[in-house]
Design a protein around this ligand. Structure first.
Ligand SMILES: [Zn+2]
Length: 375
């Protein structure tokens, strides 16, 4: 059955061509115009892959979202591919990190995160179609454009599409060692607001309520919520406060980043941050969650099944996890079996030396196709 791997290896140059086309179209999340050019390109590409329905969902401040479906009327429960095509690299990054192939690696902004994974996924779909081996169930592909900013525009669509799916496949990069990701931490972003009372620091300091002093005590309290041994981190990451050098400060705002491995731990943090009480008489302390991605908790059954399928196709599959989230966190938290890190191997995501190990493109296409065939 490893002839599938041989087949995809024979497609290496076509895969590199597609990756080149995609990386050459820069797609910084915040530049809707540029991202839409890549959406145009992919919409046309997906059309050539025979999707029966392609819906383009217009967006005003990020690139349009694509929802393609193959076999919409097939009887089985659907599978869902979750891919994003936005990158963290500002437009123009290509000039300082041009596309190049060197020592079996393909360099370029967004190559690893996650255009390489998109290439492997599309290649797998194309191959199964040509062989008449598409699963007898609907296959959804969501191409989103806001993952790198936490998926504010696509979250609802992702959840709605995933709701009746039997499996979500996320071709985000594999780990550096090439392992799929069977867990991801969840994350919550909070805004802490401390309100005190302003007064003249010379004439009437006793009339003020110093929001910075209140904040300092809250920051220490918040810091104690860290439980790094169990993967829980709570970090005060930004702070702003005060109005002038001779005024008792009336207000401080701060940003807090939280991460945890389990939904239980996330809920515990949420409760603790919601229960902060003022240390100074008259101060007001509020802490609100601005953004939230639930954790993708590890499910050993999913990894075992994926590893067994890989084995049948000559692939040894390893597992690991990540401190950062992906759109797979949403589907996993809904109880949808989710396989993440199915994309390219490589290193340097989000940095100037971002690159893909070229041999991993056919390998991951094989793994994805095998999962579609055998899950
Ligand atoms: Zn990504």
């Amino acid at each position: 059955m490893s002839n599938l791997l041989d087949y995809f290896r024979s497609r290496r140059s076509q895969m590199l061509d597609l990756l080149t086309e995609m990386v050459a179209r820069e797609s910084f999340t915040r530049d809707k115009g540029k991202v839409d050019q890549l959406v145009d390109f992919l919409e046309a590409k997906i059309r050539t892959l025979g999707a029966q329905s392609i819906r383009r969902i217009p967006q005003s401040d990020v690139g349009d979202i694509l929802h393609a479906t193959w076999n919409p009327n097939a009887p089985g429960k659907p599978y869902l591919f979750l891919v994003h095509i936005d990158t963290v690299h500002p437009i123009g990054a290509l000039s300082s990190m041009p596309i190049r192939c060197e020592d079996g690696r393909f360099y370029g902004p967004g190559a690893l995160d996650m255009k390489g994974g998109v290439v492997s996924a599309l290649e797998a779909i194309q191959a199964l179609r040509e062989r008449g081996q598409m699963p007898n169930r609907p296959l959804h592909l969501l191409v989103t454009t806001d993952e790198e900013i936490g998926s504010p525009r696509s979250e609802a669509l992702i959840k709605a599409t995933a709701a009746d799916c039997a499996l979500a496949l996320v071709p985000e990069p594999a780990t550096k060692e090439g392992a799929i990701k069977t867990w991801r931490k969840g994350g919550g972003k909070y805004e802490l607001v401390i309100e005190g009372r302003a007064s003249h620091a010379g004439i009437a300091p006793q009339e003020g309520i110093n929001a910075i002093i209140e904040f300092a005590q809250q920051a220490l309290e918040i810091n104690r919520l860290n439980d790094l041994k169990y993967g829980t981190s709570v970090s005060v990451t930004m702070v702003e406060g005060g109005s002038a050098g001779n005024v008792i400060p009336a207000r401080v705002t701060a940003q807090i980043d939280t991460r945890a491995l389990t939904i239980e731990a996330m809920d515990g943090l949420h409760a603790a941050l919601g229960n902060l009480y003022p240390k100074m008489p008259g101060a007001i302390v509020t802490c609100q969650r601005k953004h939230h991605r639930p954790p993708m908790e590890r499910r050993p059954d999913l990894f075992e099944k994926a590893a067994a399928i890989g084995e049948r196709y000559g692939l040894t599959i390893y597992e690991d996890g990540a401190g950062g989230g992906s759109d797979g966190n949403f589907t996993a938290a809904m109880g949808i079996p989710t396989l993440d890190g199915l994309g390219a191997h490589g290193d340097g995501a989000h940095t100037a030396h971002e690159h893909v190990i070229i041999d991993s493109l056919p390998r991951q296409a094989t793994l994805i196709a095998a999962i579609l065939l055998e899950w």
